[in-house]
Design a protein around this ligand. Structure first.
Ligand code: AMP
Length: 400
């Protein structure tokens, strides 16, 4: 972020889409905290900072009369905490564009902060509306995008707005820069062996990722719900385990691709099966290829934990996206927790580890290991798409 912002108005797209409880209190302020270095640097460099973000999906949760539920989705809910974290007052405007936003931006002095109302109060935000983007661009001299979490969206405030600034007037923020730099460490210059750990519910959601990883990783570990499609495809009995019957051929094809590319594909060999999808179901250890009728696999078993951990211990570069089981239930979080610890241990031994994706990040945090891995991404969907090799609209808009 080398852009000169002295005495300039800087419009910064941040990701303040934080979870709130029923009393509208912030329950996890990680996203705000991760934006602070950029905001503080811009302020220290003499800029006047205008912050914009979305919060939730107000257009999908309208009031009965079709109006916006302002009370629930206003960014005013965020302002006091932001002010505390920045240790300075935060001004606010009830609409992200228009006369009030323009007047407050025009009056904003170096070192001052203005927070705009939720960009998604305008239906045009998610549609990439040019008029909305132009309205936002009028507020500032410089545009900085630090919202990696929404970089995969071609929205008015994340991408289109950048069209109204010249190449010299726009920049990534520090968080965006480090997200890109750390993902590129894995994608472009990995120390080998590179071990990719994948998990989560469905093969279909991770198809592109798996194809790409098989192409460039040395070992791809497949855990979680998607493994059962692979067991069934190979003729295994999987009981009631989650499975995509229309993806059986595809699973075999991925296995073939791995063989052709000499990539080690590691699937679980044993699982923890449950007699119900419930936190206190009865359980038994089962062979992955013979899960009894009426039972469903909800976690990887001890032999798989050992094999996966051993592969992770050998790695010089690790990427992890997706849990090994239904980690939301403590009983079935054992595999995911073990992987979290294996990744942290490998990092201690010198490996570079990138945790990308909401659930893996949650698992790392739950185990108190966020500072023991190399980089925890703030972008679930965005990181997934970046790793798949897609050009993210939020990144392209700054570079073009
Ligand atoms: P994803 O969003 O695709 O990363 O999937 C995460 C979800 O996959 C989590 O909510 C897990 O509970 C779920 N999941 C992981 N393993 C299993 C499994 N064996 N059976 C059903 N769901 C699973």
């Amino acid at each position: 972020m080398t852009i000169d912002v002295k005495d300039k108005k800087v419009l910064v797209r941040v990701d303040f889409n934080v979870p709130l409880n029923d009393d509208l209190q912030i329950t996890d302020d990680t996203r705000i905290k991760r934006a602070l270095p950029t905001i503080n640097k811009l302020l220290a460099d003499g800029g006047a900072v205008i912050l914009m973000s979305h919060l939730g999906r107000p257009q999908k949760k309208l009031n009965e009369d079709g109006s916006i539920n302002v009370k629930k989705f206003t960014l005013r809910n965020i302002a006091p905490h932001l002010s505390t974290l920045l240790n300075r007052p935060v001004q606010f405007t009830d609409d992200c564009i228009g006369s009030d936003a323009e007047a407050k931006s025009a009056a904003l002095q170096a070192g001052e902060v203005l927070l705009l109302e939720n960009t998604r109060f305008h239906a045009g935000e998610s549609k990439g509306d040019r008029a909305l983007a132009e309205g936002l661009s009028k507020l500032a001299d410089v545009y900085v995008n630090d919202a990696f979490g929404t970089a995969h969206r071609a929205h008015a405030s994340t991408a289109v707005v950048a069209d109204f600034f010249s190449a010299e007037q726009k920049s990534f923020g520090l968080l965006m820069e480090s997200e890109i730099e750390n993902a590129d460490k894995v994608l472009k210059t990995p120390q080998r062996p590179l071990v990719a750990i994948t998990g989560g519910a469905k093969v279909s959601d991770k198809l592109l990722l798996l194809e790409r990883l098989i192409d460039f990783a040395d070992t791809v570990i497949i855990g979680g719900g998607m493994a059962y499609t692979f067991f069934k495809a190979q003729g295994g009995e999987i009981g009631n385990s989650i499975c995509e019957d229309d993806k059986l051929d595809l699973a075999l094809d991925l296995m073939k691709q791995a063989k052709e590319k000499n990539t080690k594909l590691l699937l679980p060999t044993d699982n923890i099966a449950a007699d119900a999808f419930s936190p206190d179901a009865n359980t038994q250890e089962v062979d992955s290829m013979s899960i009894p009728a009426g039972w469903e696999g909800l976690d990887i078993g001890p032999k798989s934990i050992e094999a996966f951990s051993a592969a992770v211990a050998e790695a010089k570069t690790i990427i992890w996206n997706g849990p090994m089981g239904v980690f939301e239930f403590d009983k079935f979080a054992v595999g995911t927790n073990a992987i979290a610890n294996a990744v942290a241990a490998a990092t201690k031994n010198g490996a570079f580890s990138l945790i990308g994706g909401g659930d893996s990040v949650a698992a790392i945090k739950k185990n108190g290991l966020d500072s023991e891995v190399s980089f925890v991404s703030t972008g679930g969907g965005a990181m997934l798409e970046y790793l798949e090799g897609k050009e993210l609209p939020g990144i392209k808009a700054i570079r073009s």
